[in-house]
Write a protein that binds this ligand. Structure first.
Ligand code: HEM
Length: 135
């Protein structure tokens, strides 16, 4: 059996937090049609999800910064640095859109915030894996 390294812990925490933040959004969206049959349940479920989603987002930011230090982003290629820059911008957009979704007062703002948040979150996953596998 291989031995875990600091990178194992760092990436496990980062990916675990991503599974909660990204996977949770899709799971909640999948449950909504059923939840909507029971008055008020969708809002209660969304609030319950928020109570684990935002701490997970916090872990993403903290382990994301740990990633930057660990990979020594200043020593990486220009293409890697550009990819990291885009990934951080996309991650910020994901958080901002999710926050706008929660604060929304109109159906349009609710739908746009939710959709942009989900798309940006999936893009952050893709860019994260790209950092590891791209050329
Ligand atoms: C919505 C937010 C985010 C998601 C969903 C996300 C997701 C991911 C995923 C899936 C990986 C690939 C891990 C692997 O291949 O083992 C990754 C890697 C990475 N992430 Fe994130 N991430 C997010 C936010 C951030 C933030 C805010 C930063 C920087 C402050 C960041 C910096 C990095 C770095 C540098 C890597 C490469 C790590 C390495 O190669 O060792 N991430 N991310």
């Amino acid at each position: 059996m291989m031995s875990p390294t600091a990178a194992t812990i760092r990436l496990t925490l980062h990916v675990l937090a991503a599974t909660i933040w990204v996977g949770g959004q899709f799971t909640l969206a999948g449950l909504l049609p059923v939840l909507r049959k029971y008055e008020g349940s969708a809002k209660l479920a969304a609030r319950a999800f928020n109570s684990i989603a935002w701490p997970a987002f916090g872990v993403l930011v903290v382990t994301g910064m740990w990633n930057l230090v660990a990979v020594d982003v200043t020593a990486q290629s220009n293409r890697y640095q550009v990819t990291v820059f885009i990934k951080i911008a996309v991650a910020i957009a994901a958080g901002a859109a999710a926050a706008a979704h929660i604060a929304a007062r109109s159906k349009l703002a609710l739908a746009l915030g939710g959709a942009i948040g989900a798309i940006a979150s999936v893009a952050a996953v893709f860019l994260g894996v790209l950092l590891h596998t791209g050329s």
